[in-house]
Design a protein around this ligand. Structure first.
Ligand code: AMP
Ligand code: ZN
Length: 467
């Protein structure tokens, strides 16, 4: 059964298939910016993409899917964070990468086959910018920054229909332009950013002077390196459609003279209590926040799948309560299948759970898939022993597709809680500022919370206090 998925360029559902001679499906998904813990909105996007990865594996075979997801480990936010806490950029981004991995594992997201970092691909980005300069798609400004000349690419705006809604996005363009008064045109965007004092030590050499890559070029360069010039599917949250993905298309297609992606997919955002998540509103949740309230990561995964990925989903704590109960129903059903599965298999149940897969293949309709799953469970309220073994195989396949791990532990594996890291960062900053009394008070606060902080030359390590 083919997988049909909404395609952002045509705004129509389109079959997912590979155009590559080796039959390997190439899937690129924009990854996190590693400067703080990812919030549950970010995880909505990553869980949705994880279901896509799983469906691709079921459809094409696990060895016929290549999934690449980057880590943005240098940009304005990561640099600002490192400067604030007075630690090297690489150390701060590693800390948040580790946390991201621990959270993804707890949410049972499959690791991508390749997880490239922006700082690990400076050469590839410089090479691509070099080609764009030589072809006349880019220019160097007086300060040493390099910009992409949007007017040089006729197809610019096709994905986001930016020309049609120029009025609405005018302010977005102005905001994007705010950091760069050297541009020839307001819509041009940075490929290379000349070093500024605020960047500290975070700069690399290039033919245009010291600096760092712009954000957009990293995905163009890393997808080219790891998946080739044309990929089968490129995805991300809806906020990335413009300008990030529009800019990726412009860079890649001008550089490589070929189609960048056959299929674009964007999932919608998570709201909390009907509002955009923000620290100031106090409605921003991390996985740790929910685990601290006693919920399991798997309940969050299930709750995130209850809304259609292309519609905004309003998250509430109540939705977690009902997801915990639903997980119990699934667990009990599976236990019953296991008890009965020892009996010789005789009955064929060809069509069981077929509606679940059909819904997932129909534009990733996860709420319909879950509805079909629970209807089918009700239907099999009295499982016949002869059917149990076969049903168990099918049921486990559904759990794989949805990524629901029924024996998952309640809490993520030994990771330092985000609140402790925040406290430790504060103490480190106080020490750097020679506020020793403040630093001592924070050390005591950390000890009271069960953590000791070991200071090194360039940074610190946290260890649980031995009891
Ligand atoms: P970032 O770490 O900011 O680069 O974002 C990582 C991913 O999370 C991107 O694909 C974003 O589109 C997505 N994202 C950001 N905020 C939300 C949200 N509230 N709901 C769903 N996805 C989000
Ligand atoms: Zn990207």
């Amino acid at each position: 059964m083919p997988i049909r998925l909404h395609e952002s360029l045509t705004r129509q559902p389109k079959e997912l298939k590979t155009a590559q001679p080796d039959g390997v499906f190439r899937f690129y998904n924009c990854g996190p910016t590693v400067y703080a813990p990812a919030h549950i909105g970010n995880f909505r996007t990553f869980v949705i993409n994880d279901v896509i990865r799983r469906l691709l594996e079921l459809e094409f075979g696990a060895d016929k899917v290549k999934h690449v997801r980057n880590l943005t480990d240098v940009d304005d936010k990561t640099i600002k964070r490192a400067q604030e806490v007075g630690r090297p950029l690489a150390e701060v981004t590693k800390q948040w990468t580790d946390k991201f991995h621990a959270d993804c594992d707890a949410l049972n997201c499959l690791r991508p086959h390749v997880e490239p970092t922006a700082t690990g691909h400076i050469k590839e980005q410089v090479d691509m910018i070099d080609v764009l300069m030589k072809k006349g798609n880019a220019y160097r400004a007086a300060d040493g920054s390099v910009y992409f000349k949007v007017s040089s690419f006729d197809d610019y705006g096709k994905l986001s229909r930016v020309k049609e809604r120029e009025l609405q996005v005018g302010s977005a363009l102005k905001a994007a332009a705010a950091d760069a008064d050297e541009k020839e045109d307001i819509s041009d965007f940075a490929l290379w950013k000349a070093h500024k004092p605020d960047d500290g030590a975070n700069a690399w050499d290039s033919p245009w002077g010291r600096g760092r890559p712009g954000w957009h070029i990293e995905c163009s360069a890393m997808s080219k390196k790891h998946l080739g010039e044309t990929i089968d599917l490129h995805s991300g949250g809806v906020d990335l459609l413009f300008p990030h993905h529009e800019n990726e298309i412009a860079q890649s297609q001008c550089c490589n003279d070929t189609l960048f992606a056959h299929h674009w997919y964007h999932s919608e955002h998570l709201l909390v209590d009907g509002k955009k998540m923000s620290k100031s509103l106090g409605n921003l949740y991390t996985l740790d926040d929910l685990v601290a309230k006693g919920f399991s990561p798997m309940a969050l995964r299930l709750a995130l799948l209850k809304g259609h990925p292309r519609k905004q989903l309003n998250f509430t704590l109540d939705s977690l309560h009902s997801s915990e109960a639903d997980l119990n129903t699934l667990r009990k059903f599976r236990e019953r299948l296991v008890i009965n599965a020892g009996t010789e298999v005789s009955a064929e149940i060809n069509n069981s759970f077929i509606d679940v897969i059909a819904a997932l293949h129909d534009d990733l309709n996860t709420p319909a898939a879950l509805g079909a799953l629970f209807s089918e469970i009700n239907l099999h309220a009295r499982v016949l022993p002869a059917q149990a073994a076969r049903l168990l195989v099918k049921f486990d396949q559904m759990m794989f597709a949805l990524g629901l791990k029924l024996n998952a532990p309640a809490a993520p594996k030994a990771a330092v809680p985000a609140a402790i890291i925040a406290l430790a960062d504060k103490r480190w900053a106080a020490k750097q500022a020679k506020d020793f009394a403040g630093a001592d008070a924070l050390r005591k606060e950390l000890a009271a919370a069960g953590w000791s902080m070991l200071d090194g030359k360039d940074g610190y390590k946290l260890e649980p206090v031995k009891k």
